[in-house]
Design a protein around this ligand. Sequence first.
Ligand code: PEP
Ligand code: MN
Length: 369
Amino acid sequence: MKSIKLELDLIPMEQWLPGFERPLLIAGPCSAESEEQLLRTARGIRSYFNRFIFRAGLWKPRTRPGTFEGVGVIGLDWMKRVKEETGALLTTEVAMPMHVEKALKAGIDLLWIGARTTVNPFSVQELAEALRGTDVPVLVKNPAYPDLQLWIGALERINRAGVRKLATIHRGFHSYQVTAYRNQPQWDFALELKTMIPGIPLICDPSHICGNTRLTFHVAQRAMDLHYDGLMIETHHDPLRALSDARQQVTPERLYEIVSQLVIRRPLTDDGQSRLKELRGAINEVDDELVEQLARRMQLSRQIGEWKKENHVVVFQRKRWEEILNRVQHLAEQLDLNKEFIKKIYELIHEESIRTQEQVMNQPEQVKV
Ligand code: PEP
Ligand code: MN
């Protein structure tokens, strides 16, 4: 696909975020829950980082009403205390003009637009009008479902309202496929956006991409390797007791481990090694995809195992194995790959599938009550 360049009127992030260094760090809980929770979390982060932007969601309408829906405006006072104590800049999510008005009045430094809002041009346009004439930086999360045009459209609407301090947050896309992620990263979308609007800063949100904490580091490192400008990582002093997104939040201590272990590479320079670095970067990307696809294949295998168990079918199906091997060897030939090499790899994959399904078979039945 040929990328079309888009002209947005932007001020470079270094100019509106004094002292900006890669990676810009945005950390804090999914939701503000109490003053105590905000202060404990912020103090924890501050004990490891001198400079960070503190995030917390105040308005959290959830999929269904009746659960925790955010604390609303009262949280703005708690956030002010965070700033007084830690010196951190503050950011919160705005979804309605009223949120913009309240947040700006309370001195919130940056606003972000959430994935469920970016999908809706009506809402984005209303926010754009509310932002007209203000000077606040705005971070636009990608839309919840994989439509690049919606993301671009939201950036254009906000920019046309005169907001020139603009950045994006990549938080992954909803998918019906079984994958290792809560939201599929679809790195190609973010990179396409960056190609179309080279001046736009890209911030990665590994927390919402992963939906758990196992892959947070991996996704954050990937973002750094793709030269993202920053990270937004949900952080809570007691993640498991969080009222929203409990499984994906990390403690301040874990946040420090993640950020300090990141390898921050510089963009390519023409020192003669750049071609090699570029090729190695591409290899790393392919390796990541291979392992992610293997994880996805094993999850499907496990689901097949569950079906076989329920239907009293044996694990090893010789005919199906022959069919798989024939298919992939045929494809390998067409792609100029050595058939024997593919056979060896598939024998290993098949062995692991069988092992996984046997594990499913041997799991004790759940007692039904
Ligand atoms: C959040 O950041 O807590 C949030 C609701 O994010 P998203 O809009 O990416 O789902
Ligand atoms: Mn969240």
